[in-house]
Design a protein around this ligand. Sequence first.
Ligand SMILES: [Zn+2]
Length: 422
Amino acid sequence: MVTVRPDAPIRRLKGASVAETRSAIVDLIRSSGTISRTELAERSGLTNATISKIVRTLLDDGLVSEVGYAESTGGKRAVLLELNSTAGYAVGVALDTAQDVYVLVDLSGRPIDARSVAGTGTESPEAVVARVARDVAVMLADHGIDRDTVIGIGVAGEGRLDLPGRVLRSTDSWSEWDDFALGHALTAATDLPVTVDNDANCAALGEFWSGRVPSTRDFATVYMATGIGCGLLVGGDVHRGASSNAGEIGHMSLRWDGPPCWCGSRGCLEVLAAPVAVVARARTDAALVARLGIDTTTDGDDARAVTADVRATFARVAAAAVQGDTGALALVEESAEYLARAILNLVNLLDLDEVYLAGPGFATAGERYLRAVQRELHAHAVMRGTHPVHVAMSAVGRDAAALGAAAAVLHARLTRTRAGRG
Ligand SMILES: [Zn+2]
C-alpha cells in the first residue's frame, strides 16, 4: 500500500483558475498570520513572479498590508504580508427554533461581537427577516461600523438547502419556510449580499476560517443541535453534492430493523442518537423522570417551545450523565456509541484524518461523545495502521454555526467575488 503525504498546496494549485489561486493565496496569508512572498511561493508551489502579481492586486484592493520585515537569513530581509483585518466586516446569523445567534467578525474571521436572542419559533419567515434586519442594523451601529464596509450577511439555517438563497425546511414545524427565498428577502431588507447555508456546513467553514485547519486538509465537522448533520470540507471548500445537501449523516441508516425515521428509512442515526431521541427515551424511564424532574407534558403546537424543551431536557440528562447518574449515563453512552459508529463509516468512506464535533448538543456531555468517537476510530478505522484519525471538539464553540455563517461570507465574497468569479 502506498502512503501519500498530503503536500496538497502544490497538487491543488496545479491547473487552478486565477480566482482559485488568488483565493488560496488569501487563505495562506490569513492562516499564517504574517508571511513573506518567498514563503508564499514555497508553500503554494507557484513562481515568485506569479506571487508578486497576485500580492500586488491584493495590496491594491486593500485586503493585504505590508507589515514589516522577516528575520534576516543573510540576504535581503523579506517584507511580511498580513491580511488587513479591519478593511471589512461580515455578519453571521444562525437561525434556530429555540435561539438565534448573531456574530460580527472582521476580515480575518475574528469575532468582534456575539449576541443571542429568542429563536425563530413559530414566527413567520417575513417577520424573522424583518427582525434580523433590525437586529443587524443595531449591532453594526453599536460598533460604529459603516454599512459600506460590510461584505455581507451569512445565514446558517436548520434543514436542507435549495441554493441559491433558499432554505428548504425538512420537518412539519418548518413548513412555512419551504420555498421561502430567505436570501433574497434578507438582501431586500438589508441591502447587503446574503449567503445561506445549513448549520453543519457553516460550522465546518468556521473551523476552517478559525485557522485551525489549513485549506489543504479534508475534514468533517459533525454538528449536533436537536438533530445531527455534518459539514464536509474538501479541497478548501464545502463539498455540496448534487443538490447542496451532502453530509446528511443524520440519515445514515445504522439499523435496518430500527425505529422508523421521518425520512422514510429505518434506524437512522438521528432517530437513534440525536438529542430528540435521547429525550424521548428519557421520558419513558419513570425513575429517571422523577430523579431529574423531567417535564413529560409539552405543548405540541409551538415549535419553539417543543425544541427549547428538547434542548433543556437533553442538557439536564447530559448534566446528570456527567455527574454519574447511571440511567442518564446509559442514555448518553448509547447515543455516543451510535454517533461513533456513524463517524467511523464516514471516516472510512472518505479516508478522513480530521473530525470535529460542534454545536449545542455537545455543550454538556461533549467529552463523553468525544471519547466514544476516539475509541471507535482507534479500534476500527480501516486506515488506522496508516494514519491516526484526530477527533476534537470544535474550537469555535457553541456559536460555531453563526461564526461559520460569517466565515461563509468571507469565503464566498472575499476570496471569490472580488477575484471576479461571482
Ligand atoms: Zn432518516
